[in-house]
Every structure is written in C-alpha cells, then in structure tokens.
Design a protein. Sequence first.
Length: 79
Amino acid sequence: MSGDLTEHQMELLARVLQHGGALASPFGHPGEDSLLEEVLEDIDTLEARGLLSVDRTRGSDEPERIALTQEGYDALGMT
C-alpha cells in the first residue's frame, strides 16, 4: 500500500510516528513549511484511506490531532 502514497504523505505518516503515533496541531513548521494547505489535503486523503484517525476542532473541519491507525503503521512497515 505504501507504494501508492506520495512522498509527502509518507513523510507525514513518518512525522506522526516520530511523535509516538499521535501529533497535535499545528502540523506544519512555521517559517519552513509553506505548504500547510497541502498538509491538510494529505491529512484528509490519509484519513479517507484509513491510515490516520483525525480529531477535529469542535465546530470546525480543522484537524486538531492526528494519530496513526494500524493500517498507517502497516504502510510504514511497522507491523
């Protein structure tokens, strides 16, 4: 499954793994990551594929916390 993920999606999954399997917002790096919109799109895509679970801010579609699912660990080869 990981073969059909983009490099940015794999990096996002790896970043979540580096933070113990869960990452709270902000997900970009201010000053370095000017691609925040793309990060949000990747989060949506990975959630739809079942690789991430997403807790959203109450009353908003903005992700507040993302966590790897078992499928996300599998995509990273962490079975």
